[in-house]
Design a protein around this ligand. Structure first.
Ligand SMILES: [Zn+2]
Ligand SMILES: [Zn+2]
Length: 689
């Protein structure tokens, strides 16, 4: 009797044994339906064996799902994810399955927990997602004929370098200033890969970018069968696209982080666009980093990978500096006659600031309107005001379930928590002292929109943030209005910063960036610089020169100096040197044990025990040249969220191998001893704390 090892999406780390009924083709990679504790589950056969220690008690495999089979490479990838990120094998395999296989065959059962977790995580993005397949039907985005993109010398050199390494592993960092035409390089390399019969995997950081990217692919490579894969697609489309990829029929597969798990029999090239973006790291469930997995896959398959960005992550920058990746630089803008935007700083303190806008920015907006050019005003906070305070006592509106201030929202008037679902009515007097003079402090997008409408009553203003783009088509609709010049001034959050190309946009105003300067997170300046460079890069991409006005009281801060000097390379070198001196990633490897419970005492006790246990185990994996260090326990940055008290222990090592030897032992020890009241997770290479 043959026994199948089946990985199931449940929170257990081992696989489960089932016997294979006569005539059922349940070899490795088969997707099967089985009974686990009375419930139907979809799982993946990871191995087949002739024996089992308890064969007589095993259940049979109920069904093999037709049309879906994971190749050996994806089995290996999922097993690596399970090992590296310390998650159950079945959870990792679940990421690699198309939606029908997970839910279609068992439609009457409730969604599994693993599936619910992931969908929760991506639901937010999906809410404002535009279905990419709709985009290709829209009349206003029809591909503009078929012609090879005209590359400048730097672009051609970069594309040639990538093409020269087809057939073997090579990592490239395509470091191109905003507007330098990185996409043309990707597509030129993709064209050559497809011409040789290969498949190309292109990862982008967010769903909203896929329609625009897809248009470019279809216009540049019209003969190539290109498909998209992201969580915003209807299940049927996603399944069909997955099958097109897995059968080898699709030449180009464009997707968000989830697409890194796609089976691609002829994979020849991997591209990670905007590789610095944190959305490649999944923050719930299996905490994988799609860029890092893309690198793993490219290395294993022996194919080149291109990591593209105007602001490479410091991790990637270190790879380039250590010559683990080759740096390809696009130093100037691609469109003829366009130059990098001019950067100016406007002081806020002491200036006459009307509705949050400095006189410099008001003048510049007036000028842009007079010239019939478009402007973007950026503030990275949604809502109306960032807090509500009493002018007479110390009261400030705070969330009863989180250690966070409540944000004032208008229309309808509400106080909302941005960390949980809590919302309450806006009080008209101070709940503590009864004073009626309560102040909405700080600027969010709603208030900025109001100020701009007041200052420029005839201007056509559009606001873009998570609140205005919840509808399926909302973001694409704004894009169309901007492209048709039905919008004069865009007001919005970082949703506007990523990769979007707005043709007539010549002015960018930045408000409130100073708030992010002095964060406790060691990656805060890296993130802020990347964000500002990206936002500034929206200006002047096509026609007239662009101009950027940053409202700040700290123009000498390294973040702003890097922006003004347009010298991200120097900034990245400086940050890398600092990290190496301070023994922070990427100079070291870290993992974070996070625990949460309703009672602070429970989470503190749990973390204290885990810390002591970790210290005991650390000695067993230490090497002469490296050892494990533990830090903590400390409360999380957000010490209470949605009613849960939170804390963490940080583990650090100079060598990945030492950390990877330590983590499974530690995890197993914690599993044996953790009380049920405490929820916990180990996040390997965390990006948030
Ligand atoms: Zn008061
Ligand atoms: Zn809250």
């Amino acid at each position: 009797m043959s026994i199948a090892r089946v990985a199931l999406p449940v929170a257990a780390f081992e696989t489960f044994d089932y016997w294979i009924p006569e005539g059922l083709a349940a070899g490795p990679g088969a997707v099967v339906r089985v009974n686990l504790a009375g419930r139907h589950r979809i799982g993946v056969v990871t191995a087949v064996d002739g024996t089992s220690a308890h064969a007589e008690r095993l259940l049979p495999i109920d069904e093999v799902i037709e049309g879906v089979r994971l190749p050996g490479e994806i089995i290996a990838l999922a097993e690596f994810v399970s090992r590296y990120y310390q998650c159950a094998a079945g959870m990792a395999f679940d990421l690699a399955l198309p939606p029908i296989a997970r839910s279609g065959a068992v439609s009457r059962r409730p969604a599994s927990r693993a599936r619910a977790t992931r969908i929760d995580r991506e639901a937010d993005a999906a809410l404002h997602a535009r279905d990419a397949s709709d985009a290709s039907d829209a009349p206003d985005v029809a591909p503009a004929g078929s012609r090879a993109p005209e590359l400048n010398a730097a672009q051609q050199d970069a594309a040639d370098a990538v093409a020269a390494s087809f057939g073997s592993f090579a990592a490239f960092v395509l470091f191109g200033v905003t507007g330098s035409g990185k996409t043309e390089v990707y597509l030129q390399a993709a064209r050559e890969a497809v011409a040789r019969g290969g498949q190309v995997l292109i990862l982008v950081p967010e769903i909203n970018l896929t329609p625009q990217f897809e248009e470019r692919v279809r216009a540049t490579l019209p003969q190539v069968h290109a498909v998209t894969l992201h969580s915003g697609l209807p299940a049927g489309t996603r399944r069909a696209n997955w099958e097109a990829a897995a059968s080898g029929a699709a030449g180009v597969v464009l997707g968000t982080r989830l697409a890194v798990f796609t089976a691609l029999p002829h994979l020849a090239l991997v591209v990670v666009d905007e590789e610095h973006d944190d959305s490649f790291k999944q923050q719930e469930g299996v905490r994988y980093h799609a860029r890092d997995l893309a690198l793993w896959r490219a290395r294993r398959r022996g194919v080149p990978i291109v990591l593209g960005s105007a602001t490479p992550s410091i991790d990637t920058w270190r790879r380039a500096r250590a010559r683990e990746a080759r740096l390809l630089t696009l130093g100037s803008r691609a469109a003829a006659g366009t130059v990098a935007p001019a950067i100016a700083f406007a002081p806020v303190r002491g200036a006459v600031v009307a509705g949050g806008l400095t006189p410099q920015l008001v003048d510049a907006l007036a000028g842009a309107l007079a010239r019939r050019e478009q402007a973007l005003v950026f503030v990275n906070r949604r809502g109306y005001a960032t807090s509500l305070k009493c002018s007479a006592c110390a009261w400030e509106a705070s969330c009863p379930r989180c250690t966070a201030r409540l944000v004032v929202h208008r229309g309808p008037d509400r106080l909302r928590c941005h960390h949980c679902a809590h919302a309450e009515r806006l009080p008209h007097r101070c709940p503590a002292c009864g004073n009626v003079d309560i102040l909405a402090a700080g600027f969010g997008t709603q208030r900025l929109e109001e100020a701009i409408r007041t200052a420029f009553p005839t201007a056509r203003v559009a606001r873009v943030d998570r609140d205005t783009t919840r509808g399926r088509d909302a973001f694409a609709s704004v894009r169309r209005r901007v492209d048709a010049h039905e919008v004069d001034i865009l007001v919005g959050t970082q949703m506007l910063a990523k990769g979007h190309d707005f043709g007539r946009l010549t002015l960018v105003g930045v408000l409130g960036a100073d708030n992010a300067l002095y964060s406790a997170d060691f990656r805060a300046t890296e993130r802020l610089t990347a964000l500002l460079v990206q936002v500034a890069g929206r200006a002047g991409r096509a026609g007239p020169p662009g101009r950027v006005i940053v409202q700040t009281d700290f123009p000498d801060h390294p973040v702003y100096r890097a922006l003004a000097a347009a010298d991200y390379a120097q900034f990245a070198d400086d940050v890398l040197a600092e990290r190496e001196a301070a023994m922070l990633p990427p100079a070291t490897r870290i993992a974070l044990l996070s625990g949460e419970a309703h009672e602070r005492a429970d989470v503190d006790r749990f973390l204290a025990q885990a810390f002591e246990c970790g210290r005991g185990l650390a000695g067993t994996v230490a090497r002469s040249d490296d050892r494990i260090e533990l830090f903590g326990p400390v409360p999380a940055t957000l010490a209470r969220r949605a009613g849960f008290e939170r804390g963490q222990v940080l583990v650090q090592s100079h060598r990945r191998a030492v950390l990877q030897a330590f983590l499974p032992r530690w995890r197993e020890a914690i599993e044996r001893s953790s009380p049920r009241r405490v929820r916990w997770v180990i996040d390997v290479d965390p990006v948030t704390f």
